[in-house]
Design a protein around this ligand. Structure first.
Ligand code: C2O
Ligand code: CU
Ligand code: CU
Length: 493
């Protein structure tokens, strides 16, 4: 059994339990003492409004004894959690790598000139010091490099971190807020390793066409760990920082996940979910009740885009029960009675503002179709080709859309062939319809990224300016699709 293989490997100092298809290993984790999941280092800027991050080379031992070359912000792989409050924010992002990187603030509502997209490269040996103002509700955001054509490989190698926007009122909301104890940050990724321990990347056409997925799950850059939580209510801030994998998260004993926040901030009240769909780039915060004292495992159903569930499965109208739809484990979560309990009940309300853009006049409706070329370049060996939006592959010098500052617009986004997580810079949007129905509960709050599988209608109000030199992006957050051209850009003026 996959479970046993995991245990044996772990005993030998090399865990493999994240391998797809393995059974949840909570009992094993408790019996054999899996290493405890570590949180990213916390960089608290709430007093100074300043922080420094450096993109750097590193070596990470993901799998016992084998050294994997990686990159990260301030550390060998991934980066810190940056805690940010309303007010001035002055990061200094330095680049100690030997190629250009950028630092896109995914989820921050800041003008195009501070957005850190492909037009704001930081050369090797240089730094970037945007002078920003943060004024948006509390949320979990993230940051990552965004250089056109190499975002996918550089994020895969580790260049991403997390941002918590906080306002100091979580105790009043009845929410857990002790970092690493009852407020856990989980950066979920999947990776594939070569025999020598190196990260394997994009070895086949499928890795580009469907996006790069792996067979091993990493949480906060760690394999084979277990989270430890108190016997109370625990908050999980989940970031899907995978290149391409769409998760359908659930808890192994089917206890509810109480969704409290989506990409852009809190919901008005918790929503109890059995499954939580998360595409790359999406964030969700859930509360889980551990007052019973029972361990649980965070698991996921398979990715509808992968295996037989991918294009072939879709073409035949088969999505479930195929190789891509296999359930696998993400993280065992063990109750530790010695940890302090701060919150012992799920709050009835959280007080976030439900999106209500329907009251605004819609200045314009735009349509976007996320296209995958099935011929020409792509099949002919041009690896990064064949992806486009409305037939146009991304071009650095072309502004595709011009939006008026302050306008509210409806964007109708459609995807066939595969599901694509669509992301828009510089706004929080509201999902109003998904395939003619009300949005999934996990799409009901403020969002900046949402999985499009058919046709989805979004409402968004543009409050941040972006000019021709540093326009905002909209793109598929399957990073291979983005790099391959499934991206466009827009100004807001
Ligand atoms: Cu998280 Cu344009 O990206
Ligand atoms: Cu973004
Ligand atoms: Cu895509």
């Amino acid at each position: 059994r996959g479970l046993l293989a995991g245990g044996v490997a772990l005993a030998a100092g090399a865990a493999a339990y994240g391998v797809l298809g393995a059974r949840p290993s909570v009992n094993l984790a408790r019996a054999t003492g899996f290493p405890r999941l570590q949180m990213p280092p916390l960089l608290d800027t709430s007093e100074s409004g300043r922080f420094d991050v450096t993109a750097q080379f590193g070596t990470t031992s993901f799998i016992g004894g084998r050294a994997t070359p990686t990159i990260g912000f301030n550390q060998p792989y991934l980066g810190p959690v940056v805690r940010v409050q309303k007010g001035p924010l002055q990061p200094k992002v330095a680049n100690a790598l030997s190629w250009p990187v950028s630092s896109h603030w995914h989820g921050l509502l800041v003008p195009g000139e501070h957005d850190g997209g492909p037009h704001l490269p930081i050369g090797p040996g240089s730094d970037w010091t945007p002078d920003m103002q943060i004024d948006q509700p509390p949320c979990t955001a993230f940051f990552h490099t965004h250089i056109h054509g190499r975002t996918a490989q550089d994020v895969y190698a580790g260049l991403a971190g997390v941002i918590h926007i906080v306002d100091g009122h979580d105790a009043e909301r009845g929410l857990p807020e002790t970092y690493g104890t009852d407020d856990l940050t989980l950066v979920i990724q999947d990776r594939r390793f070569a025999g020598d321990g190196r990260l394997a990347y994009a070895n086949s056409m499928m890795d580009i066409m469907h996006g790069m997925t792996g067979d091993t799950i990493l949480v906060n850059g760690q394999i084979g760990t277990a989270a430890h939580v108190p016997t109370g209510i625990v908050r999980l801030r989940i970031v899907n920082a995978s290149n391409a994998r769409i998760y359908s998260l659930r808890l192994s004993d089917s206890r509810p996940m109480h969704l409290i926040a989506t990409d852009g901030g809190y919901l008005a009240r918790p929503i109890a979910l059995e499954t939580l769909r998360m595409g790359p780039g999406e964030r969700a915060e859930i509360l889980v009740d551990f007052t019973s004292g029972h361990d649980v495992s965070l698991v996921s159903d398979g990715d509808p885009n992968q295996g037989m569930g991918g294009m072939i499965g879709r073409a035949r109208g088969m999505l479930d029960g195929l190789t891509g739809a296999r359930r696998f484990e993400v993280l065992p979560i063990l109750v530790d009675e010695r940890l302090p309990v701060a919150v012992d009940k799920i709050p009835d309300t959280i007080g976030g503002k439900a999106p209500s853009l329907a009251d605004f006049e819609i200045a314009k409706t735009r349509r976007f179709s996320l296209d995958m070329g099935m011929g020409g370049d792509m099949m002919g060996g041009g690896m990064m080709g064949g992806f486009a939006i409305n037939g146009d592959p991304f071009e650095m010098a072309v502004v595709n859309q011009r939006v008026r500052l302050g306008d509210t617009e409806k964007w109708v986004v459609s995807a066939t062939m595969l599901a694509h997580p669509f992301h828009v810079h510089g706004v929080s949007f509201q999902v109003v319809r998904e395939n003619g129905r009300d949005p999934l509960p996990e799409s009901s709050g403020w969002k900046d990224t949402v999985v499009i599988d058919g046709e989805t209608e979004l409402l968004m109000r543009f409050t941040q300016p972006a000019g021709d030199r540093t326009p905002f992006m909209y793109h598929c957050h399957i990073l291979e699709h983005e790099d391959g051209g499934m991206m466009g850009q827009f100004t807001v003026a």
